[in-house]
Design a protein around this ligand. Structure first.
Ligand code: HMG
Ligand code: MG
Length: 292
């Protein structure tokens, strides 16, 4: 069984010029849930002057009426973001750092070590409140500023996030430039040191390599992958980054491979079609465009 974690309402919308209303963000999340997605990243508590698309994440959470088994999460970069998340009553958050110093500095204005230090305190407070913490490592293969990144730069960051209490670490191909060889090398190394049961794959689809990279990670027993409905998404600090891999593309690949997953493609296309109209441009996922 492969778990697909839906990023559309966060990684997707954060990179769209069009600001989507709170009401429409809530409707989109409800449609994603109806499609069978039982894990949805619904927003971020970051600086609204930098990422205005995520402003009002507290109001989005407040307006949700989801089934009990549906898990939601939000991005949290520091204690201030954690306090905002905690006040909503959410039961899961995600902290995010990188394997490249330059990217991390530009993204969250902190060195990798500084960000990890902040997360230790967040993890402690989260643990006291029974809030689960997921970790992200961005630029695990290629950094838009530093070029290729080696597994030796990535693995210590993963280990520190797990040590401080993250239950899972998502491995980001932030600008979609990972080659199959790089994906194989990293997940082979993490497999040999027993980490892959705690890892997820977060592939962007810049060069159309995301599905093949996911299949490669699956060969090394990675069982959770992030995706955005319709393929919306990206990262504002990674020049040229397009969307995450389309959820439709992942679901269709799993169906073709006869691998169990819980998502209904027809209902998913309905969710993507709703948000495509609100965003006002054609979404990138080929499978979505074929199925709609
Ligand atoms: P900073 O400027 O270093 O923070 O921002 P600061 O502590 O110096 O505070 C400066 C001002 O910001 C203060 O306000 C704070 O209150 C405020 P003032 O007193 O001047 O009025 N502030 C905040 N406001 C709201 N929420 C907060 C917060 N923290 C401080 N949490 C910060 C540091 C990280 C907040 C900032 O750089 C930021 O918001 N960056 C945006 C990061 C982001 O959202 N990036 C995109 C998501 S990551 C991603 O997409 C990658 C991923 O998908 C994986 C992959 O693909 O690789 C996850
Ligand atoms: Mg991303």
């Amino acid at each position: 069984m492969i778990r697909v974690k839906e990023m559309g309402p966060r990684d997707g919308l954060q990179n769209e010029k069009q600001i989507i209303s709170i009401e429409d963000r809530i409707k989109y999340i409800h449609l994603l849930e109806q499609a069978g997605l039982d894990y949805i990243e619904v927003g971020a508590f970051v600086r609204p002057d930098l990422i205005p698309q995520m402003a009002g994440t507290d109001a989005v959470i407040d307006g949700l009426d989801l089934q009990e088994h549906t898990e939601i999460s939000v991005l949290v970069p520091n204690i201030k973001g954690f306090e905002q998340a905690r006040n909503t009553g959410i039961k899961e958050i995600a902290v995010f750092t990188a394997a490249s110093e330059t990217f991390n500095q530009k993204n969250i204005n902190a060195s990798i070590a500084e960000s990890l230090q902040r997360f230790i305190e967040i993890c402690k407070q989260a643990d006291d409140l029974n809030i689960k913490v997921r970790g992200y490592v961005s630029t695990c293969f290629v950094c838009p500023f530093e070029g290729n990144i080696s597994p030796e730069q990535v693995i210590p960051v993963i280990e520190k996030l797990l040590e401080m209490g993250c239950y899972e670490v998502s491995i980001g191909d932030t600008i979609g430039k990972a080659t199959l060889a790089q994906t194989r090398t990293l997940f082979e190394k993490t497999h040999h040191i027993g980490l892959n049961g705690w890892l997820a794959g977060h592939f962007h689809d810049t060069y159309g390599q995301a599905i093949d990279n996911i299949k490669t990670a699956m060969e090394w027993d990675v069982k959770t992958f992030d995706a955005s409905s319709g393929g919306i998404g990206g990262c504002p600090y990674a020049p040229g980054a397009p969307g995450n891999v389309g959820t439709e593309d992942v679901v269709q690949m799993l169906q073709k491979e006869n691998i169990e997953n819980k998502v209904n493609l027809t209902a998913l296309v309905k969710a993507s079609s709703f948000i495509e109209k609100k965003i006002g441009h054609r979404l990138a996922s080929k499978v979505y465009q074929e199925e709609k």
